[in-house]
Design a protein around this ligand. Sequence first.
Ligand SMILES: [Ca+2]
Ligand SMILES: [Ca+2]
Length: 646
Amino acid sequence: MKKFVVVLSIILSAAFFFQSCLDHDFDEPPIVVNSIPFDANSTVLAVKALHQTGKFIKIDQELNLHAVVIADDKSGNFYKTLVIQDATAGIEIKINKTGLYTNFPIGMKVGLKCKGLTISDYEGTIQLGLGTYLDGSNERLSGIEDALLSNYLFAGPTGQAITPIELSIGALSKPYLSTLIKINNIEFSRADVGKTYADIVGAKTWNLNLKDCGTQTLLLRTSNFASFGNVVVPSNNGSIVGVLSIFRTDLQLYIRDTSDVQFFNTPCGGGSGSGTLKSIQEIRALFTGAKTTIAEDYKIKAVVISDKDNKNINAQNMIVQDANAGIAVRFTAAHSYALGDEVEISLNGVELSEFNGLLQLNNVLASKVTKSASGKTVTAKSITLADLNANFEANESQLVKLTDVAISKSSGTTYSGTAKVTQGNESIDLFTSNSATFSGLNIPTKNANITAIVGQFTSKQLLLRGEYDVETSGGGGGGSNPVEAFEINFDGLANNATIALAGWTNQATVGTRVWLAKLFSGNVYAQATAFNDTAPEAEMWLISPKVNGATPKLFSFESAKAFWVHDGMKVMISTNFDGSNIKAATWQTLPCTIAKQSDADNTFVPSGSIDLSAFSGTYHLAFVYNGTSASNTSTYRVDNIVLKNK
Ligand SMILES: [Ca+2]
Ligand SMILES: [Ca+2]
C-alpha cells in the first residue's frame, strides 16, 4: 500500500483566516492522505451482478472499485465487516479482523481489487469475502484474512461521507441493500419505547420496530455487542440514518451509532392536548356549503365506527362518531385506527369539505390525531328506513340499525358492488367495495337485520363494516351461504399479521405456525415457513370459504418460494370439510403449477387456470404447507388468489 504524507495547504489557508486555531493546528500531527494506487474500472453494482444466490463465486476478472466506507466496526454493531458504497450500489466486505475502523473509518474512500475474492450472500445480503469454510456440513463465506487484506483493500482519503438516500419505508427495496438510507418522520413502535437498542439482559441481538405515522413498519436490528446496546430508545419522532439489510425476506436497518437517530419531534398522533373540545354536531354546523379551513383551535373526541381491517373503506378514510353525530375523516395517507379506537382530533388548520356530498375533515395529517382508548363500542341507532331517508344529513356518518330488511341485487349474488336494501316502500343503496374482505360472500336470501354506516356518494348509501353487520335468523345468512367468487390480494394487511379473512380458515394442524401476511416492496402476500420454528414440525392450512360448485368455477393463484430445500406446499380440495375439523375431512391435491426449486427466489409463478367444473357440489380450497425446523425450511408465498365462474 502506497501512502504519502501531505501537509495540506488547506490548513495554511484556514489558519490564515482563523488565527485562533493556528496554534492548535500546528500542534496536531500532519494529516495523512492516502491515495488509492489504481483507478476504478468497475462499479459495486457490476460486481454484485456476479452474485448467484446460495453460490460462492470466485471473481476471476480484474475488477477494481473505488467506494466509500459507510459502516465500520467502531461501535460494535457491525462485526468484522465493512460496508462500502459507490454511486451505483453498496456491498458488505467480510474481513477476519477487528478494529477495522482504525484503518478504514466511515467516510474513507477505499479501493478494492475484486479479482480473487469470493462473492456470496448471507440470508439475502450479498457479501464479498475470500474463499469458504465448513460450518458443520454447511459451506460458508470466509472473511479476508488480515495478512492478505493489503492485496485487496486500499485506504484512500477520508472525509468522503456519502449522503444517505431519503426514502419512505414503503419505498425500501433490494437495490438499496447495503446502502446508506435516511427515513424521515419515523419513530419506534409504542410497544418498543422504553426498551434498549439491544437485549443486554439476554445478551443477544434483537429487533425493534420502527414505524411511520401510517401503517408501515421496519425492523431495526442491533447487536448486543454494540456500545450503545444498553441505551434506551427515544420516544419522539424524527429521522433515522442506517444501512439497509435483509434477513431472508425481512428488511432490517442497522445504525452505526445513536447519532444516526435524530428523534426530536412530537410522535405521531401526539400533541393534541390543547384546544377547545367541540361536538361533531358543532363542527358539522361550521360547513356552509363551501370548502373551508377551521381556523379555531378546536378539537373533537370520538370513537372510530369504521373497520379498516375489512376494507370496505379506503385505507385513508375513517368514520368517527360521538354522542350525537358522526363525520368522515380523510387522512393524507393510510391510517392505523381500528374499529372501537377512541381518538382526539385537533382541527386547527383542517379542511372541512364535501366529497360527492359526504362531509369530511379532509387532508388530515396523522399528527393531528391521538388515540386515547381502544375497544369502545358505539351502539347503532335503531331507525326505520323511512326516517333515515327523510333525515339523511342528520344521520350521515353514524351507525344505524335497520330491522327486517330485504337485500337484493339486479345482477350477481355477492355483496360486491351496489345492492338495494328495502323496507316497506322505502329503499336505499348498500355499497360494498370489491376490495372488502366479505365482498365475495353471498347476500342473504331472506330478510335480515343490518347495522351500517350511513354514507353518501352523491346518492344516499349504507356501508357494512363486515359480514358481522348482517343478522339473519334460522339460517340462510350471508356467512353460511357458499360463495361464488373471491379475489384475494392480501394488500392492506399489516406486515407479520396472522391472515384473518372473513370466511377463511387459517389453522395449524401440526405445530403452532400459521400463515402470515408479509409486506415486501409495497406488496402484501401470505407466507408460510418452518424456518426458525420453535416446534419441530409445522403444518398450516389456509382454507377458502365454502364454494358453490353448482356453477362451474375456475381457480388460480400465484406462488413463490425462497431458500428452497424442499417442496413444501400443496393446493388441496375437500367436498366434506365441515368448516372446522380439517383432519376429519377428505382432501385431494389439485394439479397446478407451484413455485419449485428451479424458479427464481421470491418470484411469483402463476398456477395456471385450474378448472374445478368436475366439482358440482360445495367444496373448500386449501393452501397447505408442511415443513420441519431441522431441515425442511423452505419458505412459500401465495398471492392473487382468484375464484370465478367458468
Ligand atoms: Ca351529505
Ligand atoms: Ca398482494
